[in-house]
Design a protein around this ligand. Structure first.
Ligand code: AMP
Ligand code: TRP
Length: 337
């Protein structure tokens, strides 16, 4: 292969409730980085099975997540976006990697300990989750893996497993991936509680987060109810008491790409916080309406969505399948010619 650009692999769970924090803090950066690196975006539906889920909902959320990423600007001509289960090498090689994975390494994973503590009966899939994640990364010889802080341990385990495999089979077969913890360009806080990060798992998502697929009326309502303060001064501030107004200005700044001075100039003539909220809401709505429309269009055109996903799977398989075949050969399996 002649393309020597660094390879980046991101795995995304097919969940609902993707919000403007995810967009401004993550997805938008992926879109911006498409041209300079080889990017793989894997919608990890097999991982989603590790928590019991309604099959119809999983199917819907997997397609919706794909449509949303395309709608946000992931360009199938530049990036490889695919559904994990469409490339069979992921599940197949997870078994192979399991055979070199010490049980203790998996039992030590923080996420496993947290999640399993909350359950009466712990599923094998939950324990094995990081091995599947390791193969997501190793099948593509990924150099960089952008992940949140909570997933760093899993990338480190991936390195340990790669090293162990290379040692046992005495060759430099797997590439060592680096976790890349993105420096968040924009840290968006909850509208209802500006001291808490906007999160999709909040119990009361209404009024807290601004989902990308929410309709304009609902977004206006959420902003109208946003928590502010009694200073009645539109200014950036790191005073916790003024975190609400700071967050509104920060959202406006992230969306418009303006400097703080330009942002303040835009609001110099604002009539109080009510006006500020209305104008920030309008800016957010303007920015995400095209995304919502493109998403809706793709969701009503399953043929086109399937075509894009089939293309992504085919391109991904062109990397993953030969790697899986080599892995089998190295391990002593008879590979049919
Ligand atoms: P999560 O929703 O925690 O699965 O995160 C998915 C991606 O969105 C990660 O890269 C996070 O860093 C990013 N992200 C999540 N919430 C926010 C937020 N409130 N502000 C900025 N980025 C966020
Ligand atoms: N475990 C990751 C999360 O919950 C998702 C994921 C699966 C992933 N496979 C991956 C992330 C490979 C990066 C690379 O966010």
């Amino acid at each position: 292969m002649t393309d020597h650009r660094p390879r980046v692999l991101s795995g995304i769970q097919p969940t609902g409730n993707i919000h403007i924090g995810n967009y401004l803090g993550a997805i938008r950066n992926w879109v911006a980085g498409q041209a300079t690196k080889i990017n793989f975006f894997c919608i990890v539906d097999l991982h989603a099975l590790t928590v019991p889920r309604d099959p119809a909902l999983l199917r819907q959320q997997t397609r919706s997540m794909a449509a949303l990423l395309f709608a946000c600007g992931i360009d199938p001509a530049q990036s490889i976006l695919f559904v994990q289960s469409h490339v069979r090498a992921h599940a197949e090689t997870t078994w192979l990697l399991n055979t070199v994975t010490p049980l203790g390494w998996l039992q030590r994973m923080t996420q496993f300990k947290d999640k399993s503590a909350k359950q009466e009966s712990v599923l094998t899939g939950l324990l094995d989750y990081p091995v599947l994640m390791a193969m997501d990364i190793l099948l593509y010889d990924a150099d960089e893996v952008p992940v949140g802080d909570d997933q760093k341990q899993h990338v480190e385990l991936t390195r340990d497993l790669a090293q162990r495999f290379n040692t046992i089979y005495e060759q430099e077969f797997f590439v060592m991936p680096e976790p890349v913890i993105p420096t968040v360009a924009a840290r968006v806080m909850g509208l209802d509680d500006p001291l808490k990060k906007m999160s999709k798992s909040s119990d009361h998502i209404r009024g807290h987060a601004v989902p990308l697929l929410e309709d304009a009326k609902e977004i206006e309502r959420s902003f109208k109810r946003a928590v502010t303060d009694s200073y009645n001064e539109i200014a950036f501030s790191d005073d916790p008491e003024r975190a609400g107004v700071n967050n509104l200005l920060g959202i406006y700044q992230a969306i418009t790409g303006k400097s703080q001075a330009e942002v303040l100039a835009d609001f110099a003539n604002a009539r109080g916080y009510g006006d500020l909220k209305k104008r920030v809401a309008a800016t957010v709505i303007d920015a995400i309406t095209p995304i919502r429309e493109r998403h809706a269009k793709l969701m009503t055109d399953p043929g086109e969505l399937d075509r894009l996903l089939a293309m992504g799977a085919e391109q991904a398989a062109a990397y993953a399948e030969p790697k899986a075949q080599q892995m089998k050969e190295i391990m002593g399996l008879v590979v049919p010619s």
